[in-house]
Ligand binder design. Structure first.
Ligand code: LLP
Length: 467
């Protein structure tokens, strides 16, 4: 007997049903392997969430490998289906950069976008092919640039300062009789507005990222004179959590125009990277296009614009982060105290909060939650889920619809795979939670829970302060 929970989880007895492969992960609330077992408990990847919490502790990030892989495959296959030229999907690893995640996405044939020496080091340590790694950043340090050059990754040059620094580095190595040919892309600011939170909008002209397109002439002239720089492509990114297709279609159009301009300077620019930005469904009212629809929309515009301009098709790159990984992960918390403010609200507190998920307090992001051990219970309560930090704004969800809860219940917040662990902090000296990857009834640790010893690992107590 299969019945449906208000948020779309299937009740399927203890049977482990195969994931629904015909859906786009970014349009779902829960990972695709989510099921309710005969005990009325939530399972993901064939693992009972309450058992995982007993085994690995609380809070716990739970990453569903199947959902992540399916999203990778959908991006990759849609590019192949709709684009007649070469293509490469990159995972924007700022969403969640760690060894296991890099290894999974790389095994699906994706490349990786990194934005710091640390992310680059992690991707390389995970065994990602450097030829498929692209380094971003608006203020890369010399040591980050040196690491990128030494490892053979492509550098996405953001500004004049960086361009000139790269030329200097190349000159220095030429003096040491080690001439370089550094693969670079140029990041440009397209001047395209899109409707998303101000902090995660990057494509409008007043942005800290990228060259001003009005400087194109100067930039292309300069780059064409540098034998040490091999400009392979152009890049732009307009923002994140975007639900409309039009901004990316406009972007594709603008970028093909830039490609045409580059050719006039004798630059053999053969790659076009349209960035990431496809949104996901955090709450029922969010209505993003599917991965397939998004890719199709972009491919069609690039192809049509190239035909019109009589240009050969460039290698098309895109670099989604959120829409690849957000839905694949949930965070399980243990419910503790409750405070009833009569006629105003009821606060239900969990054992984590803004340190493991800073998105609600930073962007007023909305989330949905279920109680993993009460999946079949009626949703009778409207409560506010509070974190445990010493900060009134540390609220994870306002007006969550839950069954009646009690201490020890396991609250599962959905859609936490992107920009949660990667933005987590130790505020109030909370240790960062563990993370597991689940698949076919097996759970493996991918990030250890921090201990109190970890918290003081970088502390130094000068001799004179010791008792
Ligand atoms: N490429 C570049 C150059 C980016 O800056 C970003 C995101 C992406 C790709 C991936 O975008 P996505 O597909 O994930 O939308 N912390 C914010 C999001 C910041 C996004 C930063 N850049 C949040 O939690 O919503």
């Amino acid at each position: 007997m299969v019945s449906t929970h208000p948020i779309g989880v299937q009740h399927a007895g203890s049977q482990y049903l195969p994931p629904r492969r015909n859906t786009s992960p970014n349009q779902e609330l829960l990972p695709l392997t989510a099921r309710v077992n005969s005990h009325g408990c939530l399972e993901i990847g064939g693992c009972d969430i309450t058992t995982l919490v007993q085994q690995f502790g609380s809070p716990l990030y739970i990453l569903d490998e199947e959902t992540l892989r399916l999203a990778c495959q959908q991006y990759r296959d849609a590019c192949k289906q709709y684009y007649q030229g070469e293509s490469q999907v990159l995972y924007a690893s700022k969403a969640w950069n760690c060894l296991a995640v890099c290894a999974i996405v790389a095994s699906e044939g994706l490349g990786i976008d990194v934005v710091s020496g640390g992310e680059l080091y992690t991707a390389l340590s995970a065994g990602v092919n450097p030829e498929k790694i692209y380094l971003h950043g608006n203020n890369k340090s010399r040591s980050e640039l040196n690491l990128a050059i030494a490892s053979g990754v492509t550098i996405v040059v953001d500004n004049w300062y960086e361009l000139k620094t790269l030329v200097e580095i190349a000159q220095e190595s030429a003096e040491n009789s080690d001439p370089q040919s550094i693969p670079i892309m140029l990041r440009l600011t397209p001047g395209i507005e899109c409707h998303t939170h101000e902090y995660i909008r990057t494509g409008h002209l007043d942005s800290k990222f990228g060259f001003d397109p009005n400087d194109l002439d100067e930039v292309f002239t300069f780059v064409s004179q540098q034998s040490a720089l091999n400009c392979v492509g152009l890049h732009a990114h307009i923002g994140s959590q975007i639900f409309e297709r039009q901004p990316h279609q406009d972007l594709a159009q603008v970028m093909v125009q830039w490609l045409q301009d580059a050719a006039k300077y004798g630059l053999n620019v053969t790659q076009l990277n349209v960035g990431g930005g496809l949104g996901i469904r955090y709450v029922e009212s969010d209505d993003p296009p599917s991965i397939d629809e998004w890719v199709k929309a972009i491919c069609e515009v690039v192809q049509a614009a190239c035909i019109e301009a009589n240009l050969p098709l460039p290698k098309l790159l895109c670099e989604p982060g959120r829409s690849l990984i957000a839905t694949a992960c949930v965070t399980a918390y243990t419910i503790g105290s409750t405070k009833v403010v009569p006629e105003i609200r009821t606060y239900v507190a969990v054992d984590g909060g803004m340190s493991d998920n800073p998105r609600p307090i930073t962007y007023q992001s909305q989330y949905r939650a279920v109680v993993a051990n009460k999946m079949s219970a009626p949703l009778t309560e409207t409560v506010t889920i509070a974190g445990k930090h010493c900060e009134s704004g540390d609220i994870l969800i306002k007006n969550a619809q839950l069954p009646k809860t009690e201490p020890g219940d396991i609250l599962v917040v959905m859609g936490t795979g992107a920009y949660n662990y990667s933005m987590a902090s130790n505020y109030n000296r909370l240790s960062r939670p563990a993370a597991v990857v689940v698949a076919n009834g097996e759970a493996n640790l991918i990030l250890q829970r921090e201990t109190y010893q970890d918290l003081i690992r970088q502390d130094c107590l000068p001799e004179r302060l010791k008792k």
